[in-house]
Write a new protein. Structure first.
Length: 272
């Protein structure tokens, strides 16, 4: 009987120790859970890391994008380390980031201006480039991925021009200067043959190249070096009607000035 009691006591003791061990493990585990606080050592390490990250922004050596730099500065600010040196770096990094954004906007604006001028030149095609040449230069501009509505509209216009140039026997195959001079000749020839309907249609078509019907037209009478003499100024609408009335085209294009939309805002002619 004694032996049986001893065995029971041993079993109960082992059971008790087993439960106690589980309890101690549970207490230990809870004690290891994070309370949301960090030690002084950890806080110091985080501050030093933050200082290095901010310093790289201040001296311009950071490899992060401007957006990621912005997020980093916000994250460090929100942690509120209350470290005077770190706070000063936060201020300097914020100022540096603001300047970087301004520089980026300025550089992008210069790219947009250059692309606009180039696209207008390509649309006018004064150099008589082929459709393939125009497309090559267009692709170079598109690769810049400029987020500008006007650039997008000019790209669409140039794409249409290239498509038209590739159409069989398309008038758009010719530079604007050639198209305009052809229109002058057509107006004169149509009027001379008595086909005023065709002459008026050619006038209407030619006016589409200009910013307005009142775009000034200057006719050079003589030119010696930098000294240029002009005839009495007129407008494109009056000049086209003059060609029709005179049934003759006695001048050729010397120069064209374009507006921001690629339309001719001033035309210089010179006697043939």
């Amino acid at each position: 009987m004694t032996e049986i009691l001893d065995k029971c006591r041993t079993i109960r003791w082992r059971h008790f120790m087993y439960i106690l061990l589980i309890a101690l493990i549970a207490i230990g585990t809870d004690g290891c859970k994070s309370t949301g606080k960090i030690s002084k050592k950890e806080r110091k390490a985080q501050i030093e890391t933050a200082k290095k990250q901010l310093q790289s922004i201040v001296d311009g050596s950071s490899t992060l994008s401007l957006e990621d730099q912005d997020r980093l500065i916000s994250d460090i600010t929100n942690k509120n380390y209350k470290d005077p040196t770190l706070n000063q770096l936060l201020l300097e990094a914020s100022q540096k980031l603001k300047q970087s954004y301004a520089d980026q906007a300025k550089a992008n604006a210069l790219k947009v201006d250059a692309a606009r001028a180039k696209l207008l030149d390509l649309i006018l095609n004064k150099d008589n480039k082929t459709a393939d040449q125009l497309e090559g230069e267009l692709d170079a501009i598109k690769s810049q991925n400029l987020k500008d509505p006007e650039i997008g509209e000019l790209i669409s216009r140039l794409e249409k021009k290239i498509r038209d140039m590739r159409s069989f026997n398309s008038e758009a195959n010719l530079p604007v200067k050639t198209q305009l001079e052809n229109a002058f000749t057509t107006i004169a020839n149509s009027a001379r043959s008595g086909n005023l309907t065709q002459a008026d249609a050619s006038i209407k078509s030619a006016l589409q190249f200009f910013s307005s019907d009142d775009a000034p037209v200057l006719i050079i009478i003589s030119r010696e070096g930098s000294i240029v003499d002009y005839d009495k100024p007129t407008t494109i609408s009056r000049y086209l009607n003059f060609i029709r009335d005179q049934k003759a085209n006695k001048n050729m294009i010397d120069a064209m000035q374009l507006d921001a939309n690629g339309k001719i805002k001033e035309l210089d002619l010179i006697k043939k």
